[in-house]
Design a protein around this ligand. Sequence first.
Ligand SMILES: Nc1ncnc2c1ncn2[C@@H]1O[C@H](COP(=O)(O)OP(=O)(O)OP(=O)(O)O)[C@@H](O)[C@H]1O
Length: 636
Amino acid sequence: MGWNQHTDAFLELGFRAMVARLPGLLTASLRLARQADRRATRTVIAAETGRGAAQAVSLLAVNSVLGGLLAGGPIEDRLRGAAPALTTVAAVALLSALLRAASTYAAGRLEPKVERVATEQYLERAASVELSAIEDHAFHKLLDTAQYGAASARRMISYATRVVNAMISLVAAASVLTVLHPALLPLLVTMTLPSAWSALTIARRRYESYHAWVQHERAARLIGSLLIEPEAAPEIRVHGVGPFLLRHYRSMSETAEAEQARLAGLAARTGLIAALWTGLATVATYATLGALLLTGAMALAVAGTAVIAIRTGSANLDTLVVEVNALHEEALFVGDLQRLHTEAANRLIPVGGTALPANPREIRFESVTFTYPGEQPQDGPAAAAGKPRRPALDDVTLTIPLGKIVALVGENGSGKTTLVKLLAGLYTPDRGRIMWDGVDAASVDRRLLAERMAMVAQDFKRWPFTARVNVAVGRSSAPLTEDRLASAVREAGAGAVVADLPRGLNTLLARHFSGGHALSGGQWQRLGIARAAYRQGSVLIVDEPTAALDARAELEVFERIRSLAGTGQTVVLITHRLASVRHADLVHVLDHGRLVESGTPDELLASGGVYAELYSLQARQFTPVAPDRLPTPEAG
Ligand SMILES: Nc1ncnc2c1ncn2[C@@H]1O[C@H](COP(=O)(O)OP(=O)(O)OP(=O)(O)O)[C@@H](O)[C@H]1O
């Protein structure tokens, strides 16, 4: 379908690199935890450290119990001698249980907060980058992968606590073993290394595969959602698109299943090799212990403690490996979140800048050129000819006098929408300047620029909220006032639309929710215009405001737009309905990204250029005479 390719190069993630990254990622999750809840973080760390230390004390006490029991003398004396150590074991077990309860409680409080903080950071970054970043597929892929980072950050907390606990317990067991006999420690490590290697290798493969296949997954999810979304439902039924989409869904799922099977096969092989290695190391460990006993190099009581320490130590090591592995897997996704933060920081909408003139006379585009970012064409004649991407606006110089109605006219794809997006500061020119009198818009504080704008875009957002919110969201930073709301609805001619709603302005405009109501395209358009009117920006951009309106409503909307200009508001109007343009003060005609004509509607009609040609083409549709008998525009 065009986007089901997954040709990303596999990430370079060596075993050593993974281990080297771990401390940094651990620190990052600790930082996040502290941001979320400092006190709970401290409790978890203290409790887990305490539990590890308790285990060391417990092992030493067990050693002392065994020593007492296996010493010479009557059994009552030996039992009496071991009693204090036994009491210590019991006390430490109780303390350990209390610490575990404290840690569980604090971690339970901490985890949802960590997820919330990470999610907020993610969403905040997504909302504060330039539009071009959101439209960039590479950045979008990062947004896609990083969305799992917040849940991973939450899970990292419990893995990290278990890692800390296992590490401290392991150090305790290893120290006891080293004291008992220096040869026992390396054997313990050899026993556990294979499972560490296997777990980390499997995790690395899963992560690499995830990254290589994320685009594929996105596409499969998109197909799934298309099949259930109400907007696509009529076409799916009338054009019979369902089986076509299902076929693609199945083929994409089957390709993904093959990848899962490949991973499972590799995991089974790696696990088998690791098990073999562990078995050999275990035999070697117990054989060494036996040899030490036989040669008399180790007493029986010490050997008993050694067996307990080896079992505890290897259990700790196994836990450590499993938890480090899980932590590492989650950390990789948290790493994506961090990469998003770094990348987003480079693409943030700049903050600060100069102010705009208070009452400028005109906005002037000076030799503005803009090309949409993106890949060069990869196939087709354009690529064969080595053609670079065509600018959407090419060396455009024009003036928008403020307080007037300025219309932008031109065929599809001629650059009209792009021009108004540059005007609104959504993109910045690659070359040239946009001057507000003597001030270059590129140096202006972007928030101040946005303050002056009100926009009804071609595909303006139909928010799934109430009608009231749909209008007032035009200026959500200001407190909502009924007066302002009522006058915006009136100005946009949306009064009848609101009056027809079952609960007036409080009607929920989300059909898929209970109590939700559906509006027609034209009714939505009036609400969109009401939103822009509510904003009260000094420059009103309207992109195809009447596309979904009937003839009467169209006339009415243009009347209202004209009256807005009468109040001093500048109107920049994009429309294909040239009859509606005749009231504009100035018309700019674009063609393939270039400005080809400018003037008043009458001047342009008289000049017989592109505007006049488009105008007569439209006029002919309403003339009852045969097209070949129609007068040319030059002839009047
Ligand atoms: N977000 C985008 N990313 C890449 N290219 C784009 C994007 N938006 C528009 N273009 C390209 O820029 C060119 C100009 O598009 P623009 O939307 O400005 O034209 P328009 O005159 O408003 O067209 P229409 O009358 O159909 O609305 C087109 O070739 C289009 O394919």
